[in-house]
Design a protein around this ligand. Structure first.
Ligand code: F6P
Length: 332
């Protein structure tokens, strides 16, 4: 059986579709290699104590685990020398990371959440790495925060790895969404999902219901209608899933449809998830898979960012359901 590797896929995108330049291909391959190293570290579980808290907090005020710090280092070290990047931004670093002068600089900016869902590490639930690639504005050699303030519709590539029972890499270069599975014996990512498409209809929703008392009326209305099931206004029963690891929740939606919601509420006034390296890459992927993504009021990919680490309400997944939630917001 002919198996297509990540490298082959990227070269085909370069040759046949002109979507991927050699520099972008190399950048994605380096990120994928870093994800393999992180996957290996995660798979050791409690053997190394890397799920332990290190006693520091990231810029979001969240407790950093050893593995958060390690994953960040792996990605920075892998990506700083190759010559594709002008700077990087990470959930684990306050300010943009400048490429050291000893290395050449490139045309891209990398934004990443090195270890999403890391509060799940100690319970052996899937975590992952999310990344987004933007172009560095022309003439900028030392990209500061301003260089990164581009809406998600400017992304040239986005992807995420889920370190679950299998390690899966999901990728878009703006030409649909594909999925690769890590073959550990070969050390290669093998194409296993050639065209990921999210069904427009769904009967599954994902939301942290412990925030229910803080929800805004349109969110409450949507969830109440789902919960009312067959005898309610939707006329069908819904199922609920919440992994509390965005990579795993979004991967499920890419695989079998559904809606994922972390809306803004009375407690999370600006939302909970980060725009630049969580919501934007996931929204790009979901839209490329035929789904939709909104903060309730606006398409996420059109939001003009104001701050590197800004938060945003997120509603994404099956198109008809996301549009319904947006409609409830408009009607409100
Ligand atoms: O980045 C944060 C994250 O871990 C996401 O992966 C996940 O969806 C969310 O937080 C879970 O938040 P909560 O613990 O509030 O349900």
């Amino acid at each position: 059986m002919h198996r297509v590797t990540l490298t082959q896929y990227l070269i085909e995108q370069q040759r046949n579709h002109g979507r991927v330049s050699p520099e972008l291909r190399l950048l994605i391959e380096i990120i994928a290699r870093a994800c393999k190293a992180i996957s290996h570290a995660v798979s050791k579980g409690p053997l190394t104590g890397i799920g332990d808290v290190v006693g520091t907090q990231n810029v979001q005020g969240e407790a950093q685990k050893k593995l958060d710090v390690i994953a960040n280092e792996v990605l920075v070290e892998a990506n700083e020398w190759g010559g594709q990047l002008a700077a990087m931004v990470s959930e684990e670093m306050d300010a943009p990371y400048q490429i050291p002068n000893r290395y050449p600089k490139g045309e891209f900016l990398l934004l990443m959440d090195p270890l999403d869902g890391s509060s799940n590490l100690d319970v052996n639930i899937s975590v992952g790495t999310i990344f987004s690639v933007l172009r560095c504005p022309d003439g900028v050699t030392e990209p500061d925060e301003k260089a990164f303030m581009q809406p998600g519709n400017k992304q040239v590539a986005a992807g995420f790895a889920v370190y679950g029972a299998a390690t899966i890499l999901v990728l878009t270069v703006g030409n649909g969404v594909v999925g690769f599975t890590l073959d550990r014996e070969l050390g290669s990512f093998i194409l296993t999902q050639e065209r990921i498409l999210i069904p427009a209809e769904t009967q599954e929703f994902a939301i942290n219901a412990s925030n229910a008392r803080n929800w805004e009326p349109p969110v409450r209305r949507y969830i109440d209608e789902c919960l009312a099931g067959r005898t309610g206004p939707r006329g069908k029963d819904f199922n609920m899933r919440w992994v509390a690891s965005m990579v795993a929740d979004v991967y499920r939606i890419l695989s079998r449809g559904g809606i994922f919601m972390y809306p803004r509420d009375a407690k999370h006034k600006d939302g909970r998830l980060r725009l630049m390296y969580e919501a934007n890459p996931m929204s790009f992927i979901v839209e490329q898979a035929g789904g939709a993504a909104t903060n309730g009021r606006e398409r996420i990919l059109d939001i003009q960012p104001q701050k590197l680490h800004q938060r945003v309400g997120v509603v994404l997944g099956s198109r008809n359901e996301v549009e319904r939630v947006a409609r409830y917001h408009a009607e409100n």
